[in-house]
Design a protein around this ligand. Structure first.
Ligand SMILES: *Cc1c(COP(=O)(O)O)cnc(C)c1O
Length: 356
């Protein structure tokens, strides 16, 4: 029996996507060749890349003037590419520090220039999203992390700024409706809510590029990738194909609006139980709670062995919290069925019944 997979990443994908991918690895498009042994310049693969890119535009309702790329190197390489492509020589960037991933983004940007950390929630182990901060003038861009995978916090409103706005959406892209015209650069590693590890989605507003005065290495230059239709070098064909299937699955489900409703329902089911059940307490500040990563702790740590045994018996996998936060983290990405969330809720109620 398949497990209820609450892994934070790489994470759950729709069953039908896994089946279709498995088929394509053996026999792609009835070519009697594998997806991963044909030329990426073949008509069949170019169709995959173009379909994936246009599904992103359609599902996110992107305005005109944005390019969509499927790159490699993970969100971690985008930490550096963001600065290479947006930070002017002698320029300055503003970062909002909402956790470990933001911190890593800041570290890379500092290699290329001045970074102003305009707000941070480090004082409370990143359990909230900072508000009421001032963004200085004269900066090139503001960077934020929309969903903080480790801590279970999520921006509900994004910084208002005249500078460019860059956002790491690795763990909540395609999970809710957003006005993308407020962003100039968005990136997301595929392995949280879109596909397997190995590709990173980049969405960038064309007109902002080429203005830093820097010499950018080809592989790090968004304009190079755009000019080659996301095929400057061999793309990660397996990861792009699987991502395309997930995007098709999402479209058939009714798109982002439909999945957002489901995500809200799943999250409410679980947060309601955390708030109701005296054995548990939520980690993230209520108003900043993530719809994707639900973090919680036992009120009495001595109940750990009992609860761990219970959820293991319930066929649940991947519930352990990140080492920096402890406790539990239930990642309930798009592909997670509400039935699995119900199994977790039932298991939490079982603990209450057993221990009173
Ligand atoms: C997982 C994650 C990353 C790191 O992604 P890689 O693809 O492993 O580099 C960055 N940011 C956020 C918000 C993440 O959840």
């Amino acid at each position: 029996m398949k497990k209820h997979n609450f892994s934070a990443g790489p994470s759950i994908l729709p069953q039908e996507v896994l089946k279709k991918t498995a088929e394509a690895v053996i026999n792609f498009n009835h070519l009697n060749l594998s997806l991963i042994e044909i030329s990426h310049r073949s008509k069949d693969f170019i169709e995959v890349m173009e379909n994936a890119r246009s599904l992103v535009k359609e599902l996110l309702n992107l305005p005109e003037g944005y390019s969509v790329l499927f790159l490699q190197g993970g969100a971690s390489l985008e930490f550096l590419m963001t600065a290479y492509n947006l930070l002017k020589i002698d320029g300055k960037a503003a970062y909002i520090d909402t956790g470990a991933w933001s911190t890593k983004a800041i570290k890379e940007a500092k290699l290329l220039g001045e970074v102003d950390i305009v707000a941070s929630s480090k004082d409370k182990t990143y359990n909230y999203i900072p508000k009421n901060y001032t963004i200085p003038t004269g900066i090139d861009y503001v960077h934020c992390t929309s969903n903080n995978t480790i801590y279970g916090t999520q921006f509900k409103e994004f910084p208002k700024t005249d500078a460019l706005l860059a956002c790491d959406m690795s763990s909540d892209i395609f999970s809710r409706q957003l006005d993308f015209s407020q962003f100039d650069l968005v990136y997301a590693g595929a392995q949280k809510n879109m596909g397997p590890a190995g590709t990173t989605l980049v969405i960038v507003k064309d007109e902002i590029l080429g203005k830093t005065g820097r010499k950018i290495p080809s592989m790090l230059d968004f304009q190079v990738h755009i000019s080659k239709d996301s095929m400057f070098n061999t793309p990660p064909v397996f990861a792009v194909y699987t991502s395309m299937l997930t995007l098709e699955w999402l479209k058939n489900l009714g798109g982002v609006a439909a999945v957002e409703k489901l995500n809200e329902k799943k999250a409410a089911l679980l947060y309601d139980e955390i708030d109701r059940n005296p054995h548990f307490k939520g980690f993230a500040a209520k108003e900043d709670r993530s719809l994707m990563n639900v973090t919680f702790n036992l009120t009495n740590e001595n109940e750990k062995d009992t609860f761990d045994k219970l959820w293991n018996e319930s066929n649940i996998s991947g519930l352990k919290g990140h080492r920096s936060v402890g406790g539990y983290r239930a990642s309930i990405y798009n592909a997670m069925p509400i039935e699995s969330v119900q199994v977790l809720v039932n298991t939490m109620q079982q603990l209450e019944k057993q221990l009173g």
